[in-house]
Design a protein around this ligand. Structure first.
Ligand SMILES: [Zn+2]
Length: 460
C-alpha cells in the first residue's frame, strides 16, 4: 500500500481533524435534473445569437421603432420567443415588460428601459422565486455610439440565449417554486435593467432565493491564446450588501465573511456541476464581480437578494466592447464566430439544472442558530420550512472553501453535535424534500440568511 493511500485512509477515518478539505463527493444524480441537462441544445443557442446579431446594434439608445435594427426590434423578438415557448406549454408563461424612463451619465436624454420577463408560476409555493437573467443591450468601444454595428454575440447575446434556452427546457416541467426568465436592457449604460428587475421583484413581493446572472458566458479562447472550455466562473459576494452596522460588528467577531447566501448558492452550483456535468466544473471566485467591473446581479444584491454572476473562465478583451474591425491582423469585435456553442451549452445546462434543483427543493431553513460557547458540544437549531421532510446540518473547518462534514436529521429542528466545538467550525443547515432534493446550506444569523425580511428589502 502506498503512503498516499494510507494518508487518504487515515484522513477518512478522522474527518473531524482533517485540515485541508476537498469538496464532499458528488451527490447521487436525480433523473429529472439529468434529463433537463440533456435537453439543452447548442443549435438552439446558435439560432438565438444569430438572430440577435442580425439586429445590427442593440444599444440601449438605438432605434426602437424599426422592426429590423435596434434594441426595440430585439426586445420584441425576445418577447415573441417567450410567447412561442409559452404556447408550447399551454400558457405556462406570463409575459411582462416593465418599463421605466431613465436619464444618467450614459443616457443624456430620457430613454425607455424595458425588461422582458417570462414568469413560470410555481404550483406549490409561488412566492418563492428563482431568477435567470442576461442583458440584451450591446455596445462598441464608445459607450454612447448607438449607430455602429454592435453584434454583442458574447456580451451578452450568450446570456440572453441562456435565458431563452432555460425557458424552453424548463417550461416543459412543473415546479413548486416560481421561475423567472429575465431579458434585461440598459446594462452597458449603468445596470438600469437590473435595477428595474429588483424594483419589480420588490413591488411584487417576490421571495427571491437565487438570481443567476449570465453575462459573457460563451467564449473559450482568451486574449492570450489560452483556451478553457471546462470551467465557468461563478462570482459571489462574501458579506451581504444589505448588512447593517450592528450585523457587521457581530459578523466581524464571530465569522461569516465567506458565507453570504450568495456564496453558499455558489457552493451549491459547484456541487451540481460535479454531479451532473462531465469535464466541466465551477471556479468559485470570492468577489461580487470581476475586479472593479459590474453586472446586473449587483442591483439584486443591493435589494437583499442572493445573486451570483456566471462568466466564462477566460475572457477575450479584443472581442468585448470593441468596434468590429481587423487591425494588424487582429480581429476585434464581439462577433458570432467567436462563440463556442458547445461550451455555452454546458453553462446553460448548469443554469437550468440549478434552477430546477432549487425549485424542486424546499426553501432553505429559516432562523438558523448555533449555541455552545464554553462547552464541548454545539447545538444547531432552525425553524421548519414547508415541504421539508428532513434537514442536513453541515460543518467545515473555518478556513475550508467547501462544506466537508454533515449529518442528516429527520424532521427535527435542532441537533446536538457532541464533541464538535463551536469555536473550531463553521456550521450551516439545508432542507431536504421527501424525494431527496436539497436546498443550499444556510449559514446562521443575518450573515447567511436566504429569506430576506421585506423590511430589509424595502429600505433601499
Ligand atoms: Zn455584459
Amino acid at each position: 500500500m502506498r503512503i498516499s493511500t494510507l494518508l487518504v485512509l487515515a484522513l477518512a477515518a478522522v474527518p473531524l481533524c482533517s485540515g485541508a478539505q476537498a469538496p464532499a463527493p458528488p451527490a447521487a444524480a436525480m433523473p429529472l435534473l439529468t434529463s433537463i441537462g440533456d435537453d439543452v441544445r447548442a443549435d438552439e443557442l446558435r439560432a438565438t445569437i444569430s438572430k440577435l446579431v442580425g439586429f445590427g446594434t442593440r444599444h440601449t439608445l438605438s432605434d426602437t421603432q424599426s422592426n429590423k435594427r435596434g434594441i426595440g426590434a430585439a426586445r420584441r423578438w425576445a418577447k415573441s420567443r417567450f410567447e412561442e415557448i409559452g404556447r408550447q406549454c399551454h400558457g405556462c408563461l406570463q409575459i411582462e415588460t416593465p418599463e421605466q424612463s431613465a436619464t444618467g451619465e450614459r443616457i443624456p436624454k430620457p430613454a425607455a428601459i424595458v425588461d422582458v420577463l417570462a414568469i413560470q408560476r410555481g404550483t406549490g409555493e409561488p412566492e418563492r422565486v428563482i431568477v435567470i437573467s442576461g442583458h440584451i443591450d450591446s455596445r462598441v468601444r464608445d459607450v454612447m455610439d448607438a449607430k455602429s454595428d454592435a453584434p454583442g454575440a458574447d456580451d451578452d447575446g450568450s446570456g440572453t440565449a441562456a435565458v431563452l434556452e432555460a425557458a424552453r427546457v424548463l417550461s416543459k416541467h412543473k415546479f413548486d417554486a416560481t421561475l423567472v426568465y429575465a431579458v434585461l436592457s440598459g446594462e452597458e449604460q449603468g445596470l438600469y435593467g437590473g435595477k428595474l428587475l429588483a424594483q419589480y421583484a420588490r413591488d411584487h413581493h417576490w421571495r427571491v432565493e437565487a438570481a443567476l446572472n449570465n453575462d459573457i458566458v460563451g467564449n473559450t479562447l482568451g486574449t492570450n491564446g489560452i483556451k478553457d472550455a471546462t470551467h465557468v466562473r461563478v462570482f459571489s459576494e462574501g458579506t451581504r450588501s444589505t448588512e447593517t452596522p450592528e450585523e457587521a460588528t457581530r459578523r466581524r467577531y464571530n465569522g461569516g465573511e465567506v458565507d453570504s447566501p450568495s456564496r453558499n448558492l455558489a457552493r451549491f452550483i459547484s456541487g451540481l456541476a460535479d454531479t451532473y456535468l462531465k469535464a466541466f466544473s465551477v471556479r468559485m471566485v470570492y468577489r461580487t464581480d470581476r475586479y472593479s467591473r459590474g453586472g446586473d446581479q449587483v442591483p439584486m444584491l443591493a435589494a437583499g437578494y442572493p445573486a451570483v454572476r456566471f462568466t466564462e473562465a477566460i475572457e477575450n478583451y479584443t472581442r468585448e466592447h470593441e468596434d468590429v474591425r481587423i487591425e494588424n491582423g487582429v480581429h476585434y469585435g464581439d462577433v458570432l464566430d467567436a462563440v463556442d456553442f458547445a461550451y455555452l451549452a454546458q453553462v446553460v445546462r448548469l443554469n437550468a439544472i440549478t434552477m430546477a434543483a432549487l425549485a424542486m427543493a424546499p426553501a432553505p431553513p429559516a432562523q438558523v442558530k448555533i449555541e455552545g460557547a464554553v462547552s464541548m458540544d454545539t447545538t444547531v437549531s432552525w425553524s421548519a420550512v414547508p415541504n421539508a421532510a428532513s434537514y442536513r446540518v453541515s460543518w467545515r473547518d473555518t478556513t475550508a472553501p467547501f462544506w466537508s462534514n454533515s449529518k442528516l436529521v429527520g424532521d427535527a429542528t435542532s441537533l446536538l453535535l457532541k464533541d464538535v466545538n463551536i469555536d473550531d467550525w463553521f456550521f450551516g443547515v439545508s432542507s431536504v424534500s421527501k424525494d431527496g432534493y436539497e436546498s443550499p446550506v444556510e449559514f446562521p444569523g443575518a450573515a447567511g440568511a436566504f429569506n430576506v425580511a421585506p423590511a430589509v428589502a424595502n429600505e433601499k
